[in-house]
Design a protein around this ligand. Structure first.
Ligand code: F6R
Length: 365
């Protein structure tokens, strides 16, 4: 059932080109430069009435929502925010009928996310689900939504669900953006970039052997920092979560600008800093932060855009991901970090598919 792979996690990482192709298939319209997401259950009028989008989720799904927040603001010009589902539920959320609430959950069974859905429904918001498991409780209770079509995710650490969540949110933002500020031409450009995602991920996975060699150099450390900014900030958070849950290395994700406000005090000679320095807006500033870390003796592993010699100069080691639209770049970058975590955990002899203390779906609040 592991299809020849040593772990479900590795199998699921490798399945991503296919999962993403399934998530995208039939959902892009190259005539009108938009996306077709009937599951949103919205008429054009409904869409134009949406004033704000609130994403809800936990863990990896929360990080996907953070990417969604950037995508909706940048592509669709719409106020968007992400909230940890348990926090949303207990803080008297201010929501109205003009709010679109998107509950993100691979399993569709996470108790905190479900409670938040019930709260949002009760307050009259327009609620939809972004679930992977068909017929799951959240999918049923939201009544409308978009399935990821990622296929079953067995490994406790979420991989393909995350990348499919981001891909689906990009398509949602494209659809909303076309109703607001995107021309057909711009819409077409983005649709073509989204269509490339499976291939971009395939090219990233092809570097698994190289990433495994790099991972061996980082497997002995007990602490690691992931930094990024802009679209890559949520990816840094996700990279740190993945590493800590399967390798038990204490890993922290920070906005690159936050380091010098405190965490930099923890850097010592050889402390690993994984810097997401793809060639997108903010790269130069991140490279500046890399220099600050290096000055404290940190060992820097960069994720950079293929062929970016300038960025490579700043790094002790680097992993390259293909050049693409900056929002789309979140996906291959996340895949590179999944492989890094996997290979580090494997080098440390960890369980991987069933990390201690964790369950695949958290059905208690
Ligand atoms: C991390 C992970 C968890 C889940 C979280 C939410 O790899 O798998 O953080 O993302 O428990 O689960 P879902 O998406 O099923 O609601």
């Amino acid at each position: 059932e592991k299809g020849g792979y040593e772990h479900f996690m590795l199998k699921e990482i490798h399945e991503q080109p296919e999962s993403l192709a399934n998530a995208i298939r039939g959902r892009l319209d190259f005539n009108l430069g938009t996306s077709v997401l009937s599951g949103m259950g919205t008429s054009a009028r409904d869409l134009s009435e949406i004033q704000r989008v609130v994403f809800l989720g936990c863990g990896t799904s929360l990080h996907a929502g953070l990417v969604g927040e950037y995508a909706f603001e940048d592509l669709a010009d719409i106020h968007a925010e992400v909230q940890q589902a348990a926090e949303f539920r207990y803080r008297n959320p201010i929501i109205s009928r003009s709010d679109l609430v998107v509950a993100i959950s691979q399993s569709g069974e996470t108790a905190d996310t479900l409670a938040a859905v019930r709260e949002a429904n009760q307050k009259g918001a327009f609620v939809m689900g972004l679930c992977n498991v068909v017929g799951s409780t959240i999918a049923r209770e939201t009544g409308r939504g978009i399935y990821l079509h990622a296929g079953p995710e067995i490994s406790v650490a979420s991989t393909k669900a995350f990348t499919c969540q981001v891909a689906v949110m990009l398509m949602m933002a494209l659809k909303l953006g076309r109703g607001r500020r995107f021309s057909r031409e711009e819409g077409l450009k983005l649709a073509r970039e989204i269509e490339r995602i499976p291939e971009l991920v395939e090219r990233t996975i092809q570097q698994s052997d190289k990433i495994e060699k790099i991972a061996a150099r980082y497997a002995e450390h007990e602490h690691a920092f992931f930094i990024g900014r802009g679209y890559l900030y949520p990816v840094a958070l996700e990279g740190a979560l993945k590493l800590k849950e399967i390798s038990y290395i204490h890993a922290e994700g920070y906005h690159a600008a936050e380091l010098k406000h405190g965490p930099i005090a923890l850097l010592q000679k050889g402390t690993p800093v994984i810097a997401l320095a793809n060639d997108i807006a903010g790269k130069d500033k991140t490279l500046g932060n890399v220099e600050e870390c290096r000055a404290r003796g940190a060992r820097i592993l960069g994720v950079i855009t293929e062929g970016d010699k300038e960025a490579a100069e700043f790094m002790d080691d680097f992993i390259e991901v293909p050049a693409c639209h900056p929002l789309v770049a979140t996906i291959p970058t996340a895949v590179a970090l999944q492989l890094l975590s996997y290979h580090i955990a494997r080098a440390r002899g960890c369980e991987i598919d069933q990390p201690r203390n964790l369950a695949k779906s958290v059905t208690v609040e």
